[in-house]
Ligand binder design. Structure first.
Ligand SMILES: [Zn+2]
Ligand SMILES: [Zn+2]
Ligand SMILES: [Zn+2]
Ligand SMILES: [Zn+2]
Ligand SMILES: [Zn+2]
Ligand SMILES: [Zn+2]
Length: 551
């Protein structure tokens, strides 16, 4: 799925020749390549790089491109362990294997040369990297887990991998240094201090400063000044792409072209990663027109504007000014809106929206009455709610617990607010599945509630991500739950059964179409398996109910 076809585009036999221009399409011989060129011309590298002062470098479509078509395939500059670890990940005793990133115990198997953890005795890793790592003094005790965890900082390994490109791939090294690092903005920030302690100081003291005494120093990097290492940290932070392997392991990668794609809070492209070749394929998320900028989203599309801005500013050092960010209603979704509480004399049915969504300190104004609240109040409400939602969802709540919090939050938040969305998305997966709330046991009222929730969630997704690019997993789950609801109604309402089952089938097919975009992830694979089973059951049900109506 991730990779383009390995067969000839003309006669479909296994083919060795690849179009040298795009490296996407294959041919069995030169004759077939020439024959295909008039058609292939319009989809061979259908984009170009452009540059301006505001956006820096970005990519633009040079032809119309159909949804899901591959726009380009690219080898990485560097791929390595996950960047930006949580506190738990920093202290976990399960770490990625230094060779293949499979999770392994920090105190079990170690590379014979550098002593870094490996998944199995035979798992090897890159030679130069191994030589540099072997300059460190690995903890003597093989059982002191805490010392071992502090010694094997796998996130720092990504910076070392970048540094080693100097020797290994000078062309990739040059391309890497051309990337934006936001060095100036990083100075004095928490990110910079954190990188100093966790990565830069660590790599220098434990490994790099020992290069001078090494016998192999001629083949090792000669420049590892703190400034260069910080620049690499900045380049990674600004540009890295999250790669989720089908095994669930998360890696970080830098790609020369893919990293040039512009950010927008509504994407029109997506990418899939092929673990075997480490290549990514960038695909059109919807039909693209000539001249469209290629866009992906670097933040959580379900968050409100304030949270997205904060996240992008902290991690990517820029303020997004896309159409959604400028719109106080966020495409009419109201995912940040609060309910207006009115004043002492009168209640109000209006909603509070930011006057200038791009200004953190903006006032929030009611769309119905003259009531105004300040940003500090909004932040306080949001923070308080975030804590409540997170702590509830972390504890595997029951449907009635979620309903309770939903009712509480609904007094202050718009019904589409992102916290409400989160709770409702949990709820639709509980109704019909929670022990005691199986589909057959739901009351008509509960079934109706499930359907309404699904519809509401689906509408928010359509507004924020009309082509289900970034929200593919969320949307597939909603569509599957919609199908369950429609099928259950078909069982209960004989007269409507045929129409309901038809609707259900359309939902299933839509889910199938959406899930194709995320087949390279664990969640996507699981959903796809579920969908296949669901299709079979759906046809069985359809056959059975048809039989009933005939009798
Ligand atoms: Zn052929
Ligand atoms: Zn081509
Ligand atoms: Zn391994
Ligand atoms: Zn090694
Ligand atoms: Zn935006
Ligand atoms: Zn009001």
């Amino acid at each position: 799925m991730t990779l383009p076809s390995a067969n000839c585009a003309v006669c479909h036999v296994a083919a060795r020749l690849t179009c040298t221009r795009c490296k996407v399409v294959r041919y069995c011989n030169g004759e077939h390549q020439r024959q295909d060129w008039p058609q292939h011309k319009s989809c061979c590298r259908p984009f170009r790089e452009q540059q301006d002062a505001q956006l820096g470098r970005y990519l633009v479509a040079t032809h119309d491109v159909k949804a899901k078509q591959i726009i380009f395939v690219e080898d990485p500059l560097v791929v390595g362990p996950k960047w930006f670890l949580t506190d738990e990940e920093k202290s976990a005793s399960i770490v990625p294997c230094v060779g293949c990133y499979t999770p392994c115990r920090v105190d079990k198997h170690h590379c014979r040369n550098c002593r870094w953890p490996v998944c199995s005795v035979g798992c090897e890793h890159e030679k130069l990297e191994c030589s540099v790592l072997s300059l460190g003094n690995a903890p003597k005790s093989k059982t002191d887990v805490r010392a071992l965890v502090d010694y094997y900082r796998h996130d720092a390994l990504l910076v070392l991998k970048c540094l080693l490109l100097q020797q290994q791939h000078p062309d990739r090294w040059r391309a890497l240094l051309e990337m934006q690092s936001h060095e100036e903005e990083r100075l004095g920030t928490e990110l910079h201090q954190e990188a100093e302690q966790r990565v830069v100081g660590y790599l220098r003291q434990r490994f790099l400063q020992r290069i001078k005494q090494s016998k192999q120093r001629d083949s090792m990097p000669s420049d590892y000044e703190p400034q260069l290492l910080h620049r690499l940290c900045g380049i990674i932070e600004t540009n890295y792409m999250v790669i989720e392997l089908a095994t669930g392991i998360e890696l970080s990668g830098l790609f020369r072209q893919a990293c040039m794609m512009e950010h927008a809070c509504q994407p029109n492209c997506y990418f899939q990663f092929d673990a075997a070749t480490q290549r990514i394929a960038v695909r059109a998320g919807c039909d693209l027109k000539k001249g469209d900028h290629l866009r992906i989203t670097y933040t959580n599309i379900l968050w409100g504007t304030q949270m997205r801005h904060h996240h992008l500013l902290m991690t990517k050092h820029f303020s997004c000014r896309c159409a959604r960010c400028e719109d106080p209603t966020e495409y009419g979704s109201y995912v940040s809106a609060l309910r207006c509480l009115g004043d002492v004399s009168k209640t109000c049915v209006g909603v509070q929206l930011p006057v200038d969504p791009l200004d953190e300190k903006t006032q929030w104004k009611c769309d119905t009455c003259p009531m105004v609240v300040d940003a500090a109040y909004v932040t306080e409400v949001q923070t308080h709610m975030t804590e409540q939602v997170e702590s509830l969802l972390a504890g595997r709540p029951t449907a009635s617990q979620v309903e309770l919090l939903l009712a509480r939050l609904s007094q202050l938040l718009h019904t589409n607010h992102f916290h409400m969305f989160n709770l409702k998305h949990t709820l639709v997966q509980l109704y019909g599945h929670e022990p005691g709330l199986e589909l057959g046991t739901l009351s008509d009222l509960q079934l109706g509630r499930k359907q309404r929730l699904c519809d509401e969630l689906y509408n928010v997704c359509r507004l924020l991500d009309p082509h289900s690019i970034k929200l593919a997993i969320y949307v597939s789950i909603i569509l599957i739950e919609m199908t369950h609801t429609l099928e259950e109604r078909a069982r209960r309402e004989q007269a409507e059964a045929a129409a309901l089952l038809e609707q259900a089938e359309l939902r299933l097919k839509e889910a199938q179409d959406v899930v194709e975009k995320v087949l390279d992830s664990v969640a996507g694979k699981k959903l796809n398996d579920k969908l296949q089973k669901h299709f079979a059951e759906h046809y069985k049900l359809t056959a059975r109910l048809k039989l009933n109506t005939l009798n």
